[in-house]
Ligand binder design. Structure first.
Ligand code: COS
Length: 380
């Protein structure tokens, strides 16, 4: 076993950290308060290659490994996890799905500009009545011969407005249940597509979240991904990687709050000494550090499995459930350590606490991860 990062991995981590401090930190609270899309920041992140970092260089990507991706996601999300989620969706859900299952033509037309940073992608699975129960897709893709006709509504879609390429999951053969579901590449500017208003969220307020409506949208046959009926498996396999992205984001939220609480506790004095010298605070910091180390190890193990071509769905469910749950605990404790300062915007930890909550919900709730984990354990 080797717990050391390679020189390249360390360099990527450091460059993500520098970028986050220099470009994301200024204005992050204001963007959050005003639910303002981080346009300039995402543009710069794209120029650095982070929006396509996982994709092979032959498809215009960065060709970096998954370990580097975890490290970069942690550093970005420590500071601005609204930017982190855009990066995760583009890399793990959209680019990875196309690289793994796209035809040559789909790769040429869609993946290359996505990985090269000319375009942004979104992944459209959730619906008003199909979140955790993802097989209950109401969006229909009727087979009309040489095209499909898409009708329905998708909810809580990250990147919905800034993306120009959508991967849409829809039902073609309802009688076949999940085996009748398909996945399609859809261009946002096609006729019949409209967006709901920007969602007024509790946290990650500046990330670009909308519902998307499809009314008689014509999707060419060649834009279906994989065989007829492959859509549900496509979504599940893609989410295995997506969940690692969100686990790394949750890890970043936790470690960002911890770093702030640690620094504060060494400066703030009470009862004649820095509060870190009080066991009540020192033990909190100790618990936070152990949880973060465990979450990081789960994420890195999952990344290692993926990089080495081994199954990683079980590991990504574990990483996501644990990292999201500890992010909630660690950020709550960080607010407690900062006391009154923790409760106001200026000190960042209240925002991190609001952001942590979403990691327990999206890309499969903590309860869904426990379904995946327990089914795997029980099947052995
Ligand atoms: N990789 C590949 N195939 C998978 C898979 C995975 N990770 N998980 C499930 N499948 C396959 C199963 O093997 C099964 O295929 P067969 O019928 O050929 O055997 C099929 O998918 C259906 O699986 P299952 O019977 O387990 O479906 P369930 O309805 O019980 O749902 C869960 C399984 C709960 C795991 C799934 O619905 C899920 O992940 N829900 C959460 C979705 C989610 O994350 N939503 C948020 C989206 S934000 S982008």
């Amino acid at each position: 076993m080797n717990f050391e990062y390679t020189e390249e991995q360390e360099m990527i981590r450091q460059s993500a950290r520098d970028f986050a401090e220099r470009e994301l930190l200024p204005g992050v609270n204001e963007r959050d308060a005003n639910a303002e899309f981080p346009e300039e920041q995402v543009k710069k992140l794209t120029e650095l290659g982070f929006m396509g970092m996982l994709t092979d260089v032959k498809y215009n990507g960065g060709g970096m490994d998954t370990v580097s991706y975890v490290l970069a996601m942690e550093e970005i999300s420590k500071v601005d996890s609204a930017v982190g989620v855009m990066m995760s969706v583009n890399n793990s859900l959209v680019n990875w799905g196309l690289e793994e299952y796209g035809t040559e033509e789909q790769i040429e037309k869609y993946l290359k500009p996505l990985a090269g940073g000319e375009k942004i992608g979104a992944f459209l699975l959730s619906e008003p009545e199909a979140g955790s129960d993802a097989t209950s897709q109401r969006t229909k893709a009727d087979d009309k011969g040489d095209y499909y006709l898409l009708n329905g509504v998708k909810n809580w879609i990250t990147n919905a407005n800034c993306a120009s390429v959508y991967l849409v999951i829809a039902q073609t053969h309802p009688e076949k249940k999940h085996k009748g579901i398909n996945a399609f590449i859809v261009e946002k500017d096609w006729e019949g597509i409209s967006l709901g208003p920007h969602e007024d969220k509790m946290g990650m307020r500046s990330s670009d979240t909308h519902s998307v409506m499809f009314t008689d949208v014509k999707v060419p046959k060649e834009n279906r991904i994989g065989e007829d009926g492959f859509g549900f498996k496509f979504a599940m396999k893609t989410l295995d990687g997506g969940r690692l992205g969100i686990a790394s984001q949750a890890l970043g939220i936790a470690s960002g709050a911890y770093e702030r609480a640690l620094q504060y506790s060494k400066e703030r004095k009470a009862f004649g000494t820095e509060i870190a010298n009080h066991q009540a605070i020192a033990f909190k910091l100790s618990d936070m550090a152990v949880k973060i180390e465990n979450a990081r190890n789960l994420c890195l193990k999952c990344a290692w499995l993926k990089d080495n071509g081994k199954p990683y769905g079980f590991a990504s469910a574990m990483a996501k459930q644990y990292a999201a749950d500890i992010a909630m605990e660690v950020t709550t404790e960080a607010v407690q350590i900062l006391g009154g300062y923790g409760y106001v915007r200026e000190y960042h930890v209240e925002r991190l606490m609001r952001e942590a909550k979403l990691t327990q919900i999206y890309e499969g709730t903590s309860e869904i991860q426990k379904i995946v984990i327990s089914r795997t354990i029980l099947a052995d």
